[in-house]
Design a protein around this ligand. Sequence first.
Ligand SMILES: [Zn+2]
Length: 247
Amino acid sequence: MVLIVYLNKQVEEERILLPADQHKPRKTVEVQKKKSRVINNKEAFKTVYLTFDDGPSQWTHEILDVLHAYDIQATFFMIGSNLDKSELHHAVRRASKAGHYIGAHSMTHDYDILYQQKNFVSEMEQTIEIIEEITSKSPNLVRAPYGSLPGLRNDEILSQIRSKEMKVWDWTIDTYDWEKDANEEKILTTLQEHVYRDTEVVLLHEKEQTLKALPEIIHFFIEQGYGFEVYQEAHHFPNNFLGDDQL
Ligand SMILES: [Zn+2]
């Protein structure tokens, strides 16, 4: 939170330097825009996509609070069995309204059911339907539980995915925040050791330790000169372990 305090101080100083018409709304908007651009450098050469799997959860609101504080939009991949819990719908709607992308992450998250029994596409369709019921938006991006490899190395499932025009995103960095002994420090160390690409897609989960690490994760990427982006269907690019440029 140090950065925000510092930036607020900067904004205050800028206000002092403004001419007599400083209270006109136009100036305030300019200052606000400048402030958010400093926090989230959208014109940065390097881009990071923060992605949160396995929600919605008891942590969704707090994750959204942190993202809001930094003016960052993220990409969520939600599980149907969690989306079915009506007490979590408010957080899902809030995320959608705030411009975060909500993609599908299957109904069961079960390896055998999804890949051996080949229910991948039908489960994703079902999850997408639930997301649409809650948010009125129908995503076409999904994330394969456990990643697209080895589960999706299967022609039958792949042709189903193509015929439904679904897109599948993996990640470039696994923070291992899902491990039993994961904590704030370990998550950050893993991240720091693996960030080097111009475009990074970071695998995170809706977990308490991830929430705790999130401000530091954000600070780290800011320090490294990254701008934060949310997935946009209109600007899709392939990002899968299969190396399949159609996905
Ligand atoms: Zn998952």
